[in-house]
Design a protein around this ligand. Structure first.
Ligand code: ADP
Ligand code: MG
Length: 351
């Protein structure tokens, strides 16, 4: 691991950030340092924008998540939204509020430096420059929290962005990678009640999820998908979003769901629950005409067919789960929903 750089007050912090993140890139005319950044999107493109909060106590806990993971996840969430629409990232903007005490002590400064290290490693991997942001002290004195809001700007060729609403009845339903790993890793961390330990970013589906930008871009470029969404809330919840947007029903084949090896360790029933309802896997869920040949992997990521889209009908539930014995049951959204009333079946994120 690299030596942790020293960070002083706010100005020094911004200077530190701008040194860490070079924004020399063909789509950035001006990065950190002026009142605004100047972007030059590729000719013939449309701009896609997404923003995501990362709030201490809601999306991460300082006693469970290593700072590199918090920085990584902060950026990964926005990148995954771009991936879901087949976009190529152009720039990220980070608004960060920190407890004043963090800038005053070595432990706090080290936390901030490691947060940026995690964010920068993922930004470098996907060549997305941090082109600006805002820095402020968070209110609350000794009880102040770390609050981050990231904005991601991406581009697609005009009219080509993948949407949730493009699926047709009869389309096949596909998923990338494996499901349930993030929920399993989080449950293990919560049970152990100590800081997650990650020597590498690999094989940590909760701490270091891998946004599927290359898959999203390939789906768009090769015109393989009719609709797409990223799995942030959980398969059952995100499929419901796709069904509603496309005005269709869906049937999932239970035996076809690619369950993450980490989830499998918890036994068949718990593994299935994690795969269906556990959020934050950041895989892509997409549809394509059933007759269109689909590669078994895209950009090195496994692609699995898990079901079929059906015409909407009041006689059938919006989502159905087909068990290996042929029994069909209604599948209800059981993933994450902010401000929802607590229920015993609802999965809790890292809050
Ligand atoms: P202003 O007062 O005009 O908003 P700031 O002092 O907030 O300027 O920011 C100075 C420069 O540093 C700007 O280019 C801004 O985008 C950048 N910046 C500030 N905070 C951050 C941050 N957390 N991450 C990235 N860039 C930042
Ligand atoms: Mg500012």
């Amino acid at each position: 691991m690299k030596k942790t750089p020293k960070i002083g007050g706010e100005l020094a912090l911004i200077e530190q950030i701008s040194r860490l993140f070079h924004s020399r890139q063909k789509n950035i005319t001006l990065g950190i340092g002026d009142d605004c950044a100047i972007l030059r999107p590729p000719a013939g493109s449309e701009i896609l924008v997404t923003t995501d909060f990362t709030l201490e106590g809601r999306h991460f806990r300082r006693d469970l998540h290593p700072p590199e993971s918090v920085g990584h996840r902060c950026l990964a969430r926005g990148l995954s939204d771009l991936a879901a629409m087949g976009a190529t990232p152009i720039a990220a903007f980070l608004s960060l509020a920190l407890p004043g005490s963090m800038l005053e002590n070595a432990a706090g400064r080290a936390w901030i430096a490691r947060f940026f290290e995690g964010l920068r490693t993922l930004a470098d991997l996907h060549r997305v420059p941090l082109a600006g942001g805002d820095t402020s002290e968070s209110p609350g004195g000794n009880n102040a929290h770390i609050l981050a809001d990231i904005v991601l700007i991406g581009a697609t060729p005009k009219g080509k962005a993948l949407r949730r609403s493009g699926a047709f009845a009869g389309d096949a339903l596909y998923v990338t990678g494996h499901l349930g790993g993030a929920a399993s890793e989080l449950f293990t961390m919560m049970r152990r009640r100590r800081l997650g330990n990650a020597k590498t970013t690999e094989d940590h589906p909760h701490l270091f999820p891998e946004p599927r930008l290359d898959v999203g871009e390939a789906l768009l470029r090769r015109e393989l998908a009719t609709s797409c969404i990223d799995l942030s809330d959980g398969l059952s919840s995100d499929l419901a979003h796709l069904c509603r947007a496309s005005r269709l029903n869906a049937e999932i084949e239970q035996a076809a769901i690619p369950i993450h090896p980490l989830a499998r360790k918890s036994g068949a029933i718990a593994a299935l629950q994690s795969a269906l309802h556990g959020g934050e896997d950041y895989e892509l869920l997409f549809t394509a005409p059933a007759s269109r040949p689909m590669p078994t992997s895209l950009a090195g990521v496994a692609i699995t067919r898990i079901g079929t889209l059906k015409k909407r009908s009041s006689k059938h539930p919006m989502m159905t789960l087909l068990a290996p014995d042929g029994a069909r049951t209604e599948l209800n959204p059981g993933g994450w929903e902010h401000f929802a009333k607590p229920s015993t079946t609802r999965n809790r994120k890292s809050s």
